[in-house]
Design a protein around this ligand. Structure first.
Ligand SMILES: Cc1cc2nc3c(=O)[nH]c(=O)nc-3n(C[C@H](O)[C@H](O)[C@H](O)COP(=O)(O)OP(=O)(O)OC[C@H]3O[C@@H](n4cnc5c(N)ncnc54)[C@H](O)[C@@H]3O)c2cc1C
Length: 461
């Protein structure tokens, strides 16, 4: 189908958030209150921090302040790939922390196991399916990268099946596939908005006081969190504020807002689904620098996202940037090239969202205000699972006793900062252009990308 026609009825809002089950917002903060722990941000980062704080010490008085509504931002509009990796993939982790990668992989798998247990324990209805992830190669150069990835996975003891063209097409049938591998344990598919709302309900049941539509304007050095209609004076504070105007100036150097876009199809009919196979319902990602990610939903729609990772020069975050027709058109075209047998399927939703990208692609952590405030940010498009690990790191940092997590070099080190604007825009756009060229040139990386590789820097989503 022509992509214009296929998109003509697509709602311009995130599919997951477009649900009658969305909870009524909790009341705004009014007046001046005290708390043992104030959490800022009602995405996964803040929600996990508040819930884990209560699980560690049910007597702790916890307040969570959210500028919008819980899960409205990246946490409620993502692909729903809940990966075990804490390092934006094993290869990135190995390149940066070779001496720690085995520990990081073990901690990541344990974190995913604990997410699964939490979902069960609190009865969170978020369509959690631990199907694993299928990485597919669509160009010969990607097979070499895949072979290297398989060797690494074996060394780390991960469960990974290498699939040839026929085997990968027996899993999910696209004429564009030439090989693949299936990492079985290390990823679950879920409905991210329902996970956020379920964590919100679990927090409320545990006694966390949640205030939505309550933006924190400043945090003073003695930990007074100032909002429009009230203040919280806290013994400790945790920031799970993602990429939004940081309440700590130092974070500005490390984070850039990168927009990622996605489409959702209508539910597939039984015949349409049979034409693709996909009996094992894995999440799928291709191996290009500009990669696509896609998956089935509980009612057999296909979420289809990625490819363009857009940085708007100047780095401003604006609601109108959640929509980008040029990208939606490209994504629709790529969908039909990948699945020509689904030529009659139309799209029901199109949306975008902003990612907190840092130069090492995996989150960084720290403390401020005499060790009484902790932060975690920079998940770079892979935070659905890793935010829970980051929440534990923040609580460890606030407790002050070293733990296995806080001793990690990955936790102690910071990413290389981005240069200030306008140089920042120039560097990022040159990198994006170079990555697109590499995909068009059988993966060959130009001098600029090779230099960044040597410096351990890059741009990803
Ligand atoms: C389109 C898209 C697809 C993605 N796909 C995946 C995927 O498949 N798998 C994956 O692992 N990751 C994915 N990600 C990334 C993932 O969604 C994020 O890494 C994760 O949700 C980050 O959670 P967070 O809580 O840190 O940030 P957010 O969800 O952005 O939450 C931050 C919250 O803090 C609040 N806040 C900020 N400042 C203040 C303030 N001053 N006062 C009060 N509140 C404040 C904001 O309102 C917001 O609700 C995707 C992201 C996007 C946009």
């Amino acid at each position: 189908m022509d992509s214009c026609r296929a998109l003509s009825d697509a709602e311009r809002r995130p599919y997951w958030l477009d649900s009658p089950d969305r909870p009524e917002p909790a009341p705004r903060l009014r007046g001046d209150v005290r708390a043992d722990l104030a959490v800022v941000g009602g995405g996964f980062s803040g929600l996990w921090t508040a819930l884990l704080a209560k699980e560690r010490d049910p007597g702790r008085d916890v307040v969570l302040l959210e500028a919008g509504t819980v899960g409205w931002a990246a946490s409620g509009r993502n692909g729903g790939f809940c990966t075990a990796s804490l390092t934006h993939g094993s290869a990135n982790g190995l390149a940066r922390w070779p001496d720690e990668i085995a520990t990081l992989e073990r901690l990541g798998l344990a974190n995913l196991d604990e997410i699964e247990q939490t979902v069960k324990r609190y009865g969170i209805d978020c369509s959690f399916e631990r199907t694993g992830e299928l990485q597919v190669a669509t160009e010969p150069w990607q097979l070499d990268e895949m072979a290297a990835g398989a060797d690494l996975a074996r060394e780390l003891g991960l469960r990974l099946d290498v699939l040839d063209r026929d085997q990968v097409r027996a899993e999910v049938d696209s004429p564009t596939y030439i090989g693949g591998h299936w990492e079985r344990d290390a990823c679950a598919m879920l409905d991210p908005a329902r996970l956020a709302w379920g964590l919100r309900a679990a927090c409320l049941a545990a006694g966390v006081r949640i205030h939505e539509r309550t933006r924190v304007r400043t945090i003073t050095s003695d930990l007074r969190l100032v909002t429009g209609n009230g203040t919280v004076t806290a013994a400790a504070a945790a920031l799970g504020t993602g990429v939004f105007s940081p309440l700590l100036g130092r974070l500005r150097h490390f984070l850039v807002p990168v927009y990622d876009y996605a489409l959702m199809t209508e539910p597939l009919t039984a015949d349409q689904l049979a034409a693709v196979g996909w009996a094992n319902r894995q999440g799928v990602g291709d191996m290009a620098n500009q990669f696509h990610y896609y998956r089935l939903t509980a009612d057999n729609r296909i979420l289809w996202g990625g490819y363009d990772a857009v940085y708007y020069n100047g780095g401003l975050i604006k609601p109108e940037q959640d929509q980008r027709d040029a990208t939606f058109g490209k994504l629709a075209e790529h969908f039909y090239q990948t699945f020509p047998q689904l030529g009659e399927v139309r799209f029901s939703h199109r949306w975008g969202g902003v990612i907190d990208t840092c130069s090492r692609f995996s989150a960084f952590y720290g403390r401020a205000h005499g060790g009484r405030l902790a932060y975690a940010a920079g998940y770079t498009g892979m935070g659905v699972g890793a935010t829970r690990f980051g929440a534990n790191v923040m609580l460890d940092l606030l407790d002050g006793e070293p733990t296995e997590r806080t001793r990690l070099r990955m936790v102690r080190e910071k990413p290389v900062p981005f240069p200030p604007e306008p140089l920042r825009s120039g560097v990022i756009q040159l990198t994006r252009w170079s990555l697109a060229r590499a995909d068009a040139a059988q993966g060959r990386r130009n001098l600029w990308l090779r230099t960044l590789d040597r410096l351990g820097l890059g741009f990803d989503s």
